[in-house]
Design a protein around this ligand. Structure first.
Ligand SMILES: Cc1cc2nc3c(=O)[nH]c(=O)nc-3n(C[C@H](O)[C@H](O)[C@H](O)COP(=O)(O)O)c2cc1C
Length: 214
């Protein structure tokens, strides 16, 4: 991070502190903590394993608007994910315009549910990863950073009583054009209130999944 950012205390619009007496210059973590610890607006079981066991992809959302506090938490959750060297080799594009959401539907192989109440595009940003490794490795780190960030957001959405669909099928170039970036997207998370609650899908037996190596 540019040291100028820390010394000048630049806050994202809408998050400027009411009082400026704090001596803690770690602005990013103050904001992150504040968002993550803010009270839920309703009672939800946020036990991690309950959240994991109940999550189920949703492709039908109600029109109910997702509260800003929940969107903040979903984004903040992404920022708690581990990243290679802590360089945070990813960016999140929060698509708000109905026109752009509709364009994304087309860019995503005409998957209509991409036009969801909340649409977040997770992009790889290998140029942030300041590690002395070949470019291919940095790209590999960036895709892992972006994927983990999206996964953390997806679990956070579930914990907040929302549901989501992970979109991996898209035309990268078209998505980049729509969100106006030269960064390559890794996934799109479409989030909203589910029209109906569904049971989680079955998985293979853990014995088949795990390959013990001695
Ligand atoms: C890498 C990846 C790509 C995916 N791409 C799409 C997609 O383009 N469209 C879609 O409808 N679902 C997509 N999904 C969602 C999966 O179909 C879904 O997670 C899977 O069927 C398991 O269901 P569950 O999430 O309810 O457990 C994707 C999921 C992952 C992890």
């Amino acid at each position: 991070m540019d040291s100028k950012d820390v010394s000048e205390k630049i806050y994202p619009s809408g998050y400027e502190p009411k009082e400026t007496t704090s001596i803690d210059t770690n602005v990013r973590n103050q904001l992150l903590d504040q968002i993550l610890k803010s009270s839920p607006t309703e009672f939800i079981n946020t036990d991690l394993f309950t959240v994991m066991s109940k999550r189920r992809s949703t492709r039908k959302f109600t029109d109910k608007i997702v509260e800003t506090a929940k969107i903040d938490k979903i984004i903040a959750a992404a920022d708690t994910a581990p990243t290679a060297g802590n360089f945070q080799g990813f960016e999140i594009f929060y698509v708000k315009s109905p026109e752009k959401k509709q364009q994304l539907v087309e860019a995503c192989n005409n998957q209509p549910y991409v036009n969801a109440p909340v649409v977040l595009v997770y992009c790889k940003n290998p140029s942030r990863v300041k590690l002395d490794f070949p470019e291919e490795i940095l790209k590999k780190f960036a895709i892992q950073d972006a994927t983990l960030a999206a996964a953390y957001s997806q679990l956070a959405a579930q914990a907040l009583g929302l549901s989501s669909i992970w979109i991996g099928m898209f035309d990268e170039q078209k998505v980049m054009q729509i969100i106006d970036t030269d960064l390559i997207p890794s996934s799109i998370l479409c989030i909203g209130y589910p029209k109906q609650d569904k049971f989680p899908k079955p998985r293979r037996n853990l014995q088949e999944l795990v390959h013990t190596v001695w």
